[in-house]
Design a protein around this ligand. Structure first.
Ligand SMILES: *Cc1c(COP(=O)(O)O)cnc(C)c1O
Length: 422
């Protein structure tokens, strides 16, 4: 075998399954076995696979302009996409910087935040983040993410970050206020102890994805942001996963009374067709770089920055998203109908839903990624015709929006069977 697969220990892992084609929520494997993609192929497939309008938009764009250098040049698809995003995002977010994946969108935000202060003659060498956070696999993104099995090998190389606890909550949680208070108190303490030290806090709003679909209340998030901003610390929302409708709102920040200084978007941006991302900054950040001094420039870019095909896909996906808005509001109720009864299984705990995302934990004395339950469930689910990929002991669903309520009910029936056999 010639391919080195991501997150995969080749020696102990089963061979990868070959996918021949995909349509809507269904993947078709070599040999004809069909599986329902209940995790949107790592959270990118927004509407469904093979969406004809997105495919057509890419084809049309490819015939006009497939790619062009994005320094000293610009093009319509990039301008149209930037306009569209800015119309939907809260007002002070006004400048769109393109890159090509979630990790680079985070790197760009971190660089912008750090240099924002430097350009104003301040040295703010530290960042704040939440425990359990995941922001990507490049070095800066790893540094602001939780130290884990995944970053273990590189621990010595990661710059030190101050983490504050995350008040993970779920249905029936009677400790949530206490956890939130403790988190806010830790943050306040750090901010008071070291004022003017922190460039920014980075947070995945409402749902921490890779950390285990950890959910937090919006009132908490509002207090977190307000606290940082009252100490003049920038706030970065990493909406790489939560963006484009996952939480029920088009962006998680739209359901909040606060506005981040920077926001990172990727994954669902092109509907899952092409790699693309943006970092959107408030005007005050842009203005701190706007200067006659070459040293104040943001020296960052990627070869495929604002690739026209990606922009065309994103525009077509955006139109579909607007048409899907009413359905997004129905996901929570649909999930709860099928999720709530799972509490009857003794091994199930911490049911939670935010928008289109549902999750629960399996009780285990070995939580985490090395838990063998994950592989066991993954394989049984594939047999039964569903693509699930538990995050350690956390089972979750994040289906493409095109899933029908009958299909969703069927996925939960499969989960019931898996739990019975566990
Ligand atoms: C997936 C993810 C990233 C990294 O995105 P990549 O495109 O995989 O580099 C960053 N932040 C969050 C919240 C993510 O879910």
């Amino acid at each position: 075998m010639s391919i080195w697969y991501p997150y995969t220990q080749a020696k102990t892992s089963p061979l990868p399954l070959k996918v021949k084609s995909a349509q809507g929520v269904w993947l078709e494997l070599e040999g004809g076995h069909r599986i329902l993609d209940a995790i949107s192929s790592w959270w990118v497939t927004l509407h469904g696979h093979g969406e004809p309008t997105i495919a057509q938009a890419i084809y049309d764009q490819a015939q006009r302009l497939e790619q062009v250098i994005f320094a000293g040049f610009t093009h319509d698809p990039a301008e149209a996409l930037a306009d569209r995003l800015l119309q939907a995002l809260p007002q002070p977010l006004s400048r769109v910087f393109f890159s090509d994946n979630g990790s680079t969108a985070v790197e760009v935000a971190l660089k912008m935040a750090y240099q924002y202060w430097r350009n104003q003659g301040q040295k703010r060498p530290r960042f704040l983040a939440l425990e359990g956070a995941y922001h990507g696999d490049t070095f800066g993104a790893m540094a602001v993410g939780a130290r884990s099995l995944f970053s273990e090998a590189f621990g010595d190389l990661l710059w030190s970050v101050d983490f504050v606890p995350v008040p993970a909550t779920y249905r029936g949680d009677d400790q949530v206020e206490a956890k939130e208070a403790q988190c806010l108190q830790t943050l306040r303490h750090r901010l008071e102890q070291q004022p003017h030290t922190y460039a920014a806090l980075i947070v995945e709003p409402l749902v921490q994805g890779a950390g285990g679909m950890v959910m937090m209340r919006s009132s908490f998030l509002e207090q977190l942001v307000t606290l940082c901003q009252s100490f003049d610390v920038l706030v970065i929302f990493d909406e790489v996963m939560t963006g484009f409708g996952r939480t029920g709102e088009i962006f998680a920040c739209l359901g909040l009374s606060v506005v981040p200084d920077l926001i990172c978007l990727s994954k669902g941006i092109t509907g899952g067709f092409l790699p693309m991302s943006v970092t959107v900054a408030q005007e005050k950040i842009y203005q701190a770089f706007y200067s006659d001094d070459p040293l104040k420039t943001l020296y960052h870019g990627h070869s495929y920055t604002a690739n026209p095909l990606g922009c065309a896909a994103a525009l077509a996906s955006w139109d579909l998203l607007m048409a899907t808005r009413p359905k997004l509001q129905e996901f929570e109720a649909q999930h709860w109908t099928h999720l709530a009864p799972l509490m009857a299984y003794p091994q199930v705990e911490q049911l939670r839903v935010t928008g289109t995302i549902a999750a629960f934990n399996l009780k285990t004395d070995r939580p985490g990624y090395l838990n063998t339950l994950s592989l066991q469930i993954r394989q049984a689910a594939i047999q039964a015709g569903v693509l699930l990929r538990p995050l350690g002991h956390v089972v979750y669903l994040m289906p493409p929006y095109g899933i029908t309520w009958d299909e969703l009910a069927w996925v939960y029936r499969v989960i019931n069977t898996l739990l019975q056999d566990l």
